[in-house]
Design a protein around this ligand. Structure first.
Ligand SMILES: Nc1ncnc2c1ncn2[C@@H]1O[C@H](COP(=O)(O)OP(=O)(O)OP(=O)(O)O)[C@@H](O)[C@H]1O
Length: 213
């Protein structure tokens, strides 16, 4: 469902990612590694939020280079934090994502909004919300439109314990039919999602079907 090959990215001539290539089927996949090794950069490239210097990305059979809009219809991405929507309220943000994806706010996402305790905050501007509430909204947005591939950057950051448990359960359930590729330093959370743990070294030209040894 998620495939990439020959991915490279440098900033100011300094290579951050080199020859990344892998293929992941449905499942929960947790990427771990030292600070600065390029995990968030890789997520941005895979989600189409930033262009690689070289390489190809394929989401549910659709090439990001050939058909970027169609490829993005099959994915969603929750960054660690987002400065993009400071003036939007929570409701505005979710409406905006529904409009962009041409999909309704289904009962599943409405249940998640309730489960995260967000209803009292839906009319508050994004920039006036706590970091935890901002995170929850970005996570709710990631579940809109039943994406085939979901990218999450540090999804448990800032979440209260009940919300963290809810999210872990959600990832565990949805990963049966969805590729959920996320970055996390939170070992307990990763264990609760029953994710396969990957490091950057694992992401080099291979098909990954099980926990790499
Ligand atoms: N937009 C950018 N411009 C310049 N350098 C960048 C940019 N984004 C990332 N970098 C650099 O690329 C390297 C990898 O950063 P990245 O945030 O991807 O690492 P990470 O593994 O996610 O780190 P952490 O675990 O601390 O979140 C770092 O040295 C970072 O400073």
């Amino acid at each position: 469902m998620l495939k990439c090959e020959g991915l490279r990215k440098s900033y100011s001539g300094r290579p951050v990612l080199q020859e990344i290539g892998f293929e992941l089927p449905a499942g929960a996949w947790a990427l771990q590694g030292p600070n600065g090794c390029g995990k968030s950069t890789l997520l941005r490239l895979l989600a189409g939020a930033e262009e690689p210097d070289a390489g190809d990305i394929c989401i549910a059979g659709v090439g990001m280079r050939e058909a970027p809009l169609r490829a993005r219809q099959h994915l969603s991405y929750a960054p660690d934090e987002s400065p993009i929507y400071p003036f939007l309220t929570g409701s505005d943000l979710l409406d905006f994502v529904c409009m962009a994806k041409k999909r309704p706010l289904d009962t599943y996402v409405v249940g998640l909004i309730d489960g995260f305790g967000l209803p009292p905050f839906m009319g508050v501007r994004f920039s006036n919300l706590s970091l935890g509430s901002q995170k929850k909204l970005l996570l709710c947005a990631a579940w809109i439109g039943e994406p085939d591939v979901i990218f999450l950057d540090e999804p448990s950051n800032g979440l209260d314990l009940a919300s963290r448990d809810l999210l872990a359960e959600l990832i565990r359930q949805r990963s049966r039919e969805t590729t959920i590729f996320y970055v996390s330093h939170d070992r307990d959370f990763v264990a609760a999602t029953e994710a396969n743990v990957l490091t950057m070294k694992d992401l080099s030209l291979r098909v990954i079907n099980r926990h790499p040894k």
